[in-house]
Design a protein around this ligand. Structure first.
Ligand code: NAD
Length: 448
């Protein structure tokens, strides 16, 4: 099967490399000539574990290649995937579909013979209809079927997710397209990944409903964490206690600084707008968006409170900038709002992240960037753990203490045990857990 991937970002590059690994012939296209020349030179423009090797192996085998020439790549394809960005539209929060529509018109001009156009980008319900309308108006003779195949991979575990997905959702109502999509995903079918065929509009809705549900789950446990703080409960125990109920499940119940990243913030917002447009407000999602937006800055205020209510002139060390570990993605990372709140209150900030600093430097100004975790902690009045990279999980507490102005840590990911930090002489606060001194009992989870 000859596959062309339009857009070679996190989703396009991972999907393209995985499809090539399944044995398909894949061409990844991007408008960004610099990105394509790096890829041709074997350099991966993003940080994603395992991707460099996967790309190198499949490029060497001749099954994976890169180009800026969309016309040629589409002309030879049986299947063209759209994996371009759908960011929030400036001003109103709707999904910005300009990249999708522009690519659809380019594809329409370039198709040769029967071609399946598959939208992998996350797009609001009805976008497939509009893509089809654009293709037909640009090239009325094009023999195409437009299919929806939303992507559910997570950055940081993207290859594993793509190769062993919980499910594959394909929205179409055309038998020729179904035969092609069966062929595209045959290797995963052999791996027994559930493939769900549904209508195109339903497939589009599944993606948003899934992301909104996960964002609500995170937001729910964050509010429970706040209640735990006020009442002396332990949110990790509450999460475990409810998560063991199979109807609830234990994932996405880690209290923290609010969800961020390239998907949840924009997708929840876009779903809210879709609901409003159809006179069907999704009030739970609206509340989720509002609560999460406030939470990020409230985590900044939590740090200020831990510093005695005033951070003017104080030095704050930050551990972790990316929205989660194992990615360099900084889009909508909670660190941005937390740091801004601290800067607004007069703090001096020095931050370290294992992979995100290059991008962070283009997004967060007015702070210093450190060489490593201990450099971030040097002379700090407080150290704030924002992203739970493995490198931050077992820091040398004595060494930290020796370099800090004051041994104090705010752990926004509940990585450490309060008892250990307090035994090492730190003032320690975390999210939704009682201070070690007042802990009446230690949870099994914390003891593991
Ligand atoms: P990205 O910004 O990393 O990549 C998009 C790429 O498309 C860019 O390299 C851009 O230059 C390129 N592009 C834009 N217009 C183009 C055109 N006309 N021709 C060729 N290339 C073009 O975005 P991403 O994170 O890969 O996300 C892509 C889509 O997948 C979005 O809709 C997103 O919501 C969805 N998604 C993302 C993730 C994730 O974890 N990143 C997961 C699931 C779904």
């Amino acid at each position: 099967m000859r596959i062309t991937m339009i857009g070679s970002g996190y989703v396009g590059l991972v999907s393209g490399a995985c499809f090539a690994d399944f044995g398909h012939e894949v061409t990844c296209v991007d408008l960004d000539a610099e990105k394509i020349s790096s890829l041709k030179a074997g350099q991966i423009p993003i940080f994603e574990p395992g991707l460099e090797t996967l790309v190198a192996t499949n490029a060497a085998s001749g099954r994976l290649c890169f180009t800026t020439d969309l016309t040629a790549a589409v002309g030879i394809a049986d299947v063209v995937f759209l994996a371009v960005g759908t960011p929030s539209r400036r001003g109103d929060g709707h999904a910005d579909l300009s990249y999708v529509y522009a690519a659809a018109a380019d594809i329409a001009r370039a198709v040769q013979g029967f071609t399946v156009i598959v939208t992998k980008s996350t797009v609001p319900v009805g976008t497939g209809d509009e893509v089809e309308r654009i293709v037909r108006s640009v090239n009325p003779h094009a023999d195409v079927v437009v299919v929806s195949n939303p992507e559910f991979l997570r950055e940081g575990a993207a290859i594993e997710d793509f190769k062993r997905p919980d499910r594959i959702v394909i929205g179409l109502d055309d038998e020729r397209a179904r035969a092609i999509m069966d062929e595209v995903y045959r290797p995963l079918y052999l791996n027994q990944a559930p493939i769900m065929y549904t209508g195109r509009r339903t497939a589009e809705l599944i993606k948003y409903a899934g992301n909104a549900f996960l964002a609500m789950k995170i937001t729910f446990i964050n509010e429970v964490a706040d209640l735990c703080e006020k009442t002396g409960g332990n949110v990790q125990d509450v999460a475990r206690g409810i998560g063991l109920d199979k109807r609830i499940g234990s994932k996405f119940l880690n209290a923290g600084p609010g969800y961020g990243g390239s998907c949840f913030p924009k997708d929840t917002l876009a779903l809210v707008k879709t609901g409003q447009d159809h006179d069907t407000p999704l009030r739970l999602v609206e509340a989720t968006v509002a609560i999460n937006a406030q939470r990020k800055r409230s985590m900044g205020r939590k740090v200020i409170a831990a510093c005695g209510g005033d951070v003017r002139g104080k030095q704050i060390g930050i551990l972790g900038l990316t929205f989660k570990p194992n990615t360099d993605d900084m889009r909508d990372a909670p660190s941005i709002a937390v740091i801004q709140t601290l800067i607004d209150a007069g703090a001096k900030v020095k931050a370290f992240d294992p992979e995100g600093m290059e991008i962070a430097k283009t997004m967060i100004s007015g702070i210093d960037y450190a060489e490593d975790a201990y450099d971030a902690a040097a002379d700090a009045d407080c150290l704030v753990l924002i992203t739970e990279w493995n490198a931050f999980r077992s820091l040398d507490l004595e060494r930290l203490k020796s370099v800090m102005a004051k041994p104090s840590m705010v752990d926004l990911r509940n990585v450490y045990r309060g008892a250990d930090l307090e035994a090492a002489g730190f003032d320690y606060s975390s999210v939704g857990r009682p201070a070690a001194a007042t802990m009446s009992e230690r949870s099994d989870e914390a003891a593991e």
